[in-house]
Design a protein around this ligand. Structure first.
Ligand SMILES: Cc1cc2nc3c(=O)[nH]c(=O)nc-3n(C[C@H](O)[C@H](O)[C@H](O)COP(=O)(O)OP(=O)(O)OC[C@H]3O[C@@H](n4cnc5c(N)ncnc54)[C@H](O)[C@@H]3O)c2cc1C
Length: 496
């Protein structure tokens, strides 16, 4: 059982011991133990939190993953799996006395089967590399996080990642057929199968989104779908944010499922436009990007229907992409919004909460009030069709107190998301970033149920411990133990 890390004096000796044991089962080049080598792994996309890992391992094969797990289990060393480190909730943040297991070398596409429209890939394969390889069969992998050029399928599985096209085509969980993983016991287990359903309990759905806490993914079978022959995107401007939000609900209520339905407020459009020259209306209070895909006839019909709904909802201007280059240009701003934030602010804090679509207007108004309350600007650029918010809270880490204010701002957005019937995450996971907000959303019984699943897979608590599920002590310490009906059912629950 992993407990508190050893004191710094003992950490050096522990590092030597663990590195030596790992070098006994791996080629020396696969084990990094010097701080100058392990420094690049000290954080993920949540760069405000950093921790130097004790050791980093880069296995070449599943057999090596098993060997690493066996060593770590025997020595009781926690393991933090890591893909590309683009996660935004600190899921891959190291543990001081732990091993980071990077999948960087497990980057082979094992099989691409155009007939069954599937691909079998190693976990370190980049999301976009799958679609690039499938393109010769006119197929692609639909979930498309904006980080898809870098993020890995292993990370996508662990976070149940989404993207612009997930409104129509589903999240990772809807596009993965099978996961092969190594348990903390060093056993290889396959969840799901090559067909649409597999016998037995649906543990695949339990595993997808489990943030590296249940096993280490070593192989993934993904679904591929035909590339639509045509796609066009509408850019609609609104002079009021609320009208744009209501248009989102109107589109879905009209029975239209756009291939993508994204919103950017004025702050976002203005931060992105000089960077990408996407052609955005920077005078509008908000813009919506609504994509239709399919055959040319289907696209024409959907574009006409969406245009009518957007006009009825009060759009002040509507532009429709006239060719593929223009479509990609319209999307380029949205896809590059996070990096563009660096142009207007030294630091930003990206939140991720999901709310019912019909509450969008009210929640964005609430966020605007919080900008005044916390004295920080916020750019909203998000998967509007899914109700998945991504407020980018802009701050300067060199100013005393600004990060603390940004964190409090973010926590209040999440609390508001729960209040309106939503949830504290949509696609970025909980990690360490939102672990306290879990206490707001879930009761003690629910958290215990999560721990029960964790214990069933990882009784020694060695796989990415202390992430995603808060202990009841933690919730109680924060004064945020959620109690239903006034009765705390399990007052003496253990910490894990
Ligand atoms: C600019 C930018 C834009 C983004 N846009 C989106 C977006 O549109 N949609 C979205 O969903 N996310 C988005 N993200 C977040 C991030 O890219 C995703 O969460 C992605 O899935 C992380 O993949 P990764 O390979 O970088 O994983 P990492 O960050 O390395 O790890 C993420 C989690 O997965 C676990 N993990 C990694 N590999 C394995 C494995 N083999 N086995 C078990 N666990 C593993 C880690 O322990 C960690 O908990 C964005 C991030 C950035 C920086």
């Amino acid at each position: 059982m992993h407990t508190a890390p050893p004191d710094p004096a003992n950490l050096f000796a522990r590092r030597q011991q663990v590195a030596e044991a790992l070098r006994a089962v791996l080629p020396a080049r696969c084990v990094l133990a010097e701080p100058e080598d392990t420094r690049p792994y000290e954080c993920d996309g949540l760069a405000a939190y950093r921790q130097l890992p004790m050791v980093v391992v880069l296995p070449d094969s599943e057999a090596q993953v098993i060997a690493i797990v066996n060593v770590c289990r025997q020595l009781q060393v926690p393991i933090v799996p890591r893909g590309a480190g683009t996660g935004l909730s600190g899921g891959a943040m190291p543990i001081a006395d732990g091993v980071v297991l990077s999948t960087a070398r497990l980057n082979q596409i094992i099989r691409m089967d155009a007939y069954s429209r599937t691909a079998v890939v190693q976990p370190g394969v980049r999301n976009l590399a799958i679609s690039d390889a499938a393109a010769r069969h006119d197929l692609y992998y639909a979930p498309d996080p904006s980080s898809q050029i870098a993020c890995t399928i292993g990370g996508n599985v662990a976070e149940n990642s989404g993207g612009v096209h997930c409104l129509k085509y589903g999240l990772t969980v809807h596009n993965v057929l099978r996961v092969r993983m190594v348990t903390i016991e060093g056993e290889v287990v396959e969840l799901g199968g090559e067909s649409l359903d597999a016998p037995g309990l649906d543990l695949l759905a339990v595993f997808i989104g489990s943030e590296g806490m249940l096993g280490i993914v070593t192989e993934v079978t993904v679904k591929l779908i035909p590339k639509p022959s045509t796609a066009r995107v509408i850019m609609a401007s609104f002079s009021e944010v609320g009208a744009g939000c209501n248009a989102v609900a109107d589109l879905i209520a009209a029975g239209i499922i756009p291939a993508g339905l994204e919103m950017m407020d004025q702050t976002s459009a203005r931060m992105v436009e000089p960077f990408c020259k996407a052609g955005y209306d920077t005078e509008a209070a908000a813009i919506l990007l609504c994509e239709a895909d399919g055959t040319p006839e289907e696209v024409e019909e959907d574009i006409a229907r969406m245009t009518a709904v957007l006009q009825a909802a009060g759009a002040s201007a509507i532009a429709v992409s006239q060719n593929e280059a223009e479509r990609l240009r319209f999307w380029s701003g949205r896809k590059n919004a996070f990096p563009a934030a660096g142009r207007i602010s030294p630091d930003y804090y990206c939140m991720d909460g999901t709310i019912p679509r019909k509450r969008l207007a009210e929640v964005l108004a609430g966020i605007a009030r919080m900008e005044t309350k916390y004295g920080l600007r916020c750019a909203n650029v998000f998967h509007a069709g899914d109700g998945n918010l991504h407020p980018l809270i802009l701050f300067d880490a060199n100013q005393p107190d600004e990060f603390a204010r940004a964190e409090a701002f973010g926590a209040e957005i999440l609390a508001m998301s729960v209040e309106v019937g939503g949830t504290i995450t949509g696609e970025h996971g909980v990690g360490i970033e939102k672990i306290n907000s879990m206490c707001e959303q879930f009761t003690a019984q629910e958290l215990e149920a999560f721990f029960a699943v964790k214990r069933a897979f990882d009784p020694l608590k060695l796989l990415n411990p202390d992430k995603a599920i808060p202990t009841l002590n933690r919730c109680a310490d924060m004064g945020k133990m959620r109690v239903t009906g006034g009765v705390l059912k399990f007052p003496d629950l253990p910490r894990f």
